[in-house]
Design a protein around this ligand. Sequence first.
Ligand code: J2J
Length: 550
Amino acid sequence: MSGRLTSVPAWPPEVAEHYRQAGYWQGITFGQLLRVWAEQRTHQLAIIDTNHRWTYQQLDNLADQLAAGLIKLGIQAGDSVVVQMPNQAEFFAICFALFRLGAWPIMALPGHRQAEISYFCEFTQAKAYVIAGKSHGYDYRALARKVRAKATTVKHVIVVGEAEEFLSFNDLLTIGDLSLVQALSEPDPSMPALLQLSGGTTGAPKLIPRTHDDYIYSLKASVDVCRLTSDSNYLCVLPVAHNFPLSSPGTLGTLYAGGTVILAADTQPDHCWRWIAQEQVTMTALVPPLVNVWLQARQQLSWDISSLEVLQVGGARLSPEVAKQIAPVLGCKLQQVFGMAEGLVNYTRLDDSEDVIIHTQGKPMSLADEIRIVDDDDEVVPTGTVGHLQTRGPYTIQGYFNAPEHNQKAFTNDGYYRTGDCVRLTEEGYLVVEGRAKDQINRGGEKIAAEEIENYLVTHPAVQDAALVAVADNVLGEMSCAFIIALPTTEDNQPIDPPKKIELKRFLLAQGVANYKIPDRFVFIKQFPKTPVGKVNKKQLRALLESENT
Ligand code: J2J
């Protein structure tokens, strides 16, 4: 365990002390919070999904029972558990049980497959893996079998639903001894509550340790800015484990404020608007491609969605043209959210002018957020000039989990996180996202690290080299395009047929790569344009695609 602790880069002691003194960090854990909520709001509704309506007290009881079950399985403080759940109430019972133990849920997304899940399990030496049996037509038990064959630390697979040979969620509720939970010592609030996933720029995805102290502060600050109260009903449409719907202020922020979380199983307007009408939803959050779908559906569907006060949009660039339509068509306020799982979250404020709400991505949510915009040499640029955004603060990590080498590059010597985003600051202090310096594709809010996919592609026997770049798309904002240099001959000089696109797709899927990371396009090329220092010139590759489109 001590090795694991050193894998979580901490804030410098004097900075941490300042955050405590100033009241940003309350020294409280999620487990304690839930205990207090259950006492104060015993019969208030906390979580609703298709099959459940749980009060705060029920959620607290379930977390205790599950924590007891997890203790029985041998899971303890500092252990990792990969959680891959669709939007179902059990996700929260599991997470709060793990929070209570001081064990760390790894926030996998439903779209992840064998390559990603095995990696998370192996990298964090996860003791257990939590799944829904079958969801949206996909059988996660089959995935669990493959993961278990590779990741030997995973001793337990817990299944919400039909468990087959694994342990069911319902059985986990019954096997433990509750007195052991009462006897637990409280986890250290300065230790991770959970590990988020980075959008990533490197071959292997990076994990983001978020402490109880910092994550709870981010909820509090978000709740204040977004003015959530116990009357707030938040509809979770995006995958619940993602940092945006989880914490900005999202589901956990809604619970923090004493409101009710409603979990949508599907992103389609018909499904979501039924929830909005039925539960008097006041707030929800979408990525830009879904905004388009919702806007277009308004004419066909007549659900009464007038309870919806705020629609948050973030995760990728929202065009001003689309932003302008939200209030008139959907009848609610738009709030732009520019955030990152590493920490910093920017919001437009609810009473900002229409101009600010439509044309900017907001400003930092906390006065303690420090941001600077710099040039390629890390020199601060004048206000209004586009540069690289760097940030540090009471809820922005000081480093990724167990990644000392990468941390050297991703953070400055004085502890600022290099976001990889190119932004400009307006006179009023708002940020406008102008682009990206990081080697990533933002496919409608889903992030793809170019290097990760290139690494897979070059292992194909007929591929000599590969470069993944973003290509503009009307629906998703960006899609991915793989430029491929095919190998002309085998090692013993036999000619090779160039691979077919479909074959490359199948090859990636066979490696267990998530569907959303499979390139949308493949372009074969003889050689890559290079930069003066000999790197692949991706700007030129993108320009090639653009010239093709004009
Ligand atoms: C342009 N790009 C944006 C925006 C994020 C709240 C909201 C979003 C995320 C998130 C999050 C953008 N316009 N409005 O964690 O708490 C791009 C930037 C950023 C990256 C982070 C939250 N909002 N982005 O999207 O970790 O490039 O978090 O650095 O998935 O998404 O991605 P992620």
